[in-house]
Design a protein around this ligand. Structure first.
Ligand code: FAD
Length: 83
C-alpha cells in the first residue's frame, strides 16, 4: 500500500497544479479523480489564460508543453485585462 503526505481530491487544473507545486517543494501527494484519465485529458478546461496564470504555470515547470500550442495575445497599452 502506498503512503503519502497529501491527498488531493480532483484532477482539475487546481488539483494537478497543486500536486506539481508540492512535488517541486519535495512534498509527496496523490491525486484522486472520479473520472477516467481519458475523460480528464480529453476535456478542454481553458481556452484563454490570464498572464498571472501563465507565469504560475511557468514557475511550476509546465510552461513548455502548452507554449508550443499557444497563441499569445498582447492587449493595447492601457488595457490590462483586469476588472
Ligand atoms: C466550457 C468551459 C470553458 C472554460 N473556459 C475557460 C477559459 O477559457 N479560461 C479559464 O481560465 N477558465 C475557463 N473555464 C473555467 C475553468 O475550467 C475552471 O476554472 C477550472 O476547471 C477550475 O478548476 P478546478 O480544478 O478547481 O475544478 P474542475 O476543473 O472542476 O476539476 C475538479 C475535478 O475534481 C473531480 N472531482 C470532483 N469531486 C470529486 C470527488 N468527490 N472525488 C474525486 N474526484 C472529484 C472532478 O471530476 C474534476 O475532474 C472554463 C470552464 C468551462 C466549463
Amino acid at each position: 500500500m502506498r503512503t503519502t503526505q497529501v491527498a488531493i481530491i480532483g484532477a482539475g487544473p487546481s488539483g494537478l497544479l497543486l500536486s506539481q507545486l508540492l512535488s517541486r517543494a519535495g512534498i509527496d501527494s496523490i491525486v484522486l479523480e472520479r473520472q477516467s484519465r481519458e475523460h480528464v485529458q480529453g476535456r478542454i478546461r481553458a481556452g484563454l489564460l490570464e498572464w498571472g496564470t501563465v507565469e504560475l504555470l511557468n514557475e511550476a515547470g509546465v510552461g513548455a508543453a502548452w507554449c508550443t500550442m499557444a497563441l499569445i495575445l498582447r492587449l493595447p497599452a492601457g488595457i490590462t485585462g483586469s476588472t
